[in-house]
Ligand binder design. Structure first.
Ligand code: FPP
Length: 244
């Protein structure tokens, strides 16, 4: 059993402060079982619930997951609507259980393209959970890393044109225009599902993240798998471009 501090969190400096995960392999998980791809997404949503709670329990402060990319609209209509429905269910459930779970929820992405109902739920969940301090879960929805950077650049240009900024653009200043404003960069990026690429996820924020790839499909991902990833992360030597 890990040592727990008075807040019930694991006292362990090796636990990453911020973990990012690309949820991948739902479709293949379902196919292997002769089920429709949508069944894989349903189990994937369940896995997300379990992993978010586990992250909170071990003292991870931020968890960011890639649930739907700007490119995922190209999938069959039925699959897109199932994913949106699962997200809607999750948000509804989050509204009901927030008091207990103390998870602060944020959505990263261009929510303008979502249905008015889902957008309203996003706003409500973010507002209701704003003051919870257990863990912050960021769900990337209609998200793309390049799209995020473009949005930020456009917003910055607008502020500049309106004289709201002095034109001394720094990395920190630019980061404040990203969806992740105010949040530390991910320490560890996990990609289950066997692919070894970043797929337009958190391109700015992952500049110094440690990457961990595993063949385990997302619906099969367990707290033990997360422990394995954290153990590999702990053994890495992070130098941020310097020497030790
Ligand atoms: C990638 O697997 C997964 C997605 C594009 C959707 C992820 C969505 C969920 C898990 C549902 C709701 C999420 C939350 C956070 C409540 P894939 O379909 O690309 O798998 P494949 O590579 O095996 O085809």
């Amino acid at each position: 059993m890990p040592n727990l501090n008075p807040a019930g969190k694991r006292e362990d400096s090796r636990v990453p402060r911020h973990i990012a995960i690309i949820l991948d392999g739902n479709g293949r998980w379902a196919k292997k079982r002769g089920l429709p791809r949508t069944a894989g997404h349903a189990v994937g949503a369940e896995t997300f619930r379990k992993i978010a709670t586990y992250c909170k329990d071990i003292g991870v402060q931020y968890l960011t997951v890639y649930a739907f990319s700007t490119e995922n609209w190209r999938r069959p209509q039925e699959e897109v609507s199932t994913i949106m429905k699962l997200l809607g269910n999750y948000l509804q459930e989050a509204i009901d259980t927030m008091e207990k779970e103390h998870i602060r929820l944020k959505i990263f992405g261009d929510t303008a393209a979502l249905s008015p109902e889902l957008r309203a739920m996003v706003e409500r969940t973010e507002e209701l959970s704003r003051h919870y301090e257990g863990i912050q879960a960021n769900i990337c929805l209609n998200y793309g890393g390049r799209d995020e950077i473009l949005h930020a650049a456009r917003r910055y240009a607008r502020d500049y044109a309106e004289g709201k900024t002095d034109g001394e653009l720094t990395e920190e200043g630019f980061a404040s225009y990203l969806y992740s404003a105010g949040i530390p960069d991910p320490d560890l990026l996990i990609r289950p599902g066997g692919e070894v690429r970043i797929s337009n996820f958190l391109l700015w924020q992952c500049a110094y993240a440690e990457f961990y790839f595993t063949d385990v499909l997302w619906p099969d991902f367990t707290p033990e798998e997360l422990d394995k990833a954290i153990a590999v992360f702990s053994a890495r030597d992070r130098r941020y471009g310097g020497v030790k």
